[in-house]
Write a protein that binds this ligand. Sequence first.
Ligand code: SF4
Length: 310
Amino acid sequence: MEKQTIKIGLPRAMLYYRYRVLWRTFFQELGMETVVSAPTDRETLERGTALAIDEACLSLKIYLGHVAALVGKCDYILAPRVSNFGRHRAMCTRFEAMPDLVRNVFRNERQEFLSYEVDEEMKKAGEEDAFLEMGKGLGFPAKAVKKAYKAAKKAELSHHRERVQKYEQQYKKEGLKVLIAAHSYVAEDPYMGRMVSDYLKRVGVVPVRADMVDRDAALKRSRELSPTCKWEISREILGGIAMHKDDVDGIILLSAFPCGPDAMVNELITRRVKGVPMLNLVLDSQSGTAGVETRLESFIDIIRFQEGKL
Ligand code: SF4
């Protein structure tokens, strides 16, 4: 009998926006199929909200909606545990809890979850080891898994480099430029931050992204704003701001409500970055497009007024 291809579900939320190329390439290199949930819409949010506790951040509610959309459509749904990449390089605790959380929320469904664990600080488990364990657990030989990981990592790094180069070009464009400081899953989700960049483009403003920078360089530059910030992604964003604050006309601090790391880091940014107009925009499940656009419109007017362009 012909062997069935293993189907892996990838929820289009949270770390998908950082690791989509790594994940897809890895599974495809091993001959598996990947299924990605459809872009976020109102139904995704409503399903996720019904599954989450009230205190969960908007990103997590959306994530659970995406997991729900994949239940029963694949052999495994990927839910990694990414705790840290070493000392002072932690991820938000939501990512540490992810496999336990989804297994618990979907405990009544007949759905398997697949995980890998990155915890360099406590368990000395780096990403490559974590993928090796996951691949072997699925029954693939170590040699094939290592080869697939190397190809996937190469593809991921080259994809990120290309995106960084594309954003570097944006700084050279004519007109107002606004730096969006947000986690990628907030900035790119069509039900969260995408409406911000879409609006800016519509009114002739060039949106740029604080996290679209060389990650190692950003981690080093983040120390200029905070030598002690412990969250990896926040540090990349801080580094991106340090690198580009003088190349833009304004900064939008864009968060999902209620985000613990952003509440601290955005406060720090508003205190330490001077001389650039800043807008703190916190999105929740009630944030309609109209309300967000009104705030963006006022912010752009303020920048234009200050620059004598209004
Ligand atoms: S960093 Fe903030 S938005 Fe992201 S998962 Fe954690 S609490 Fe949610």
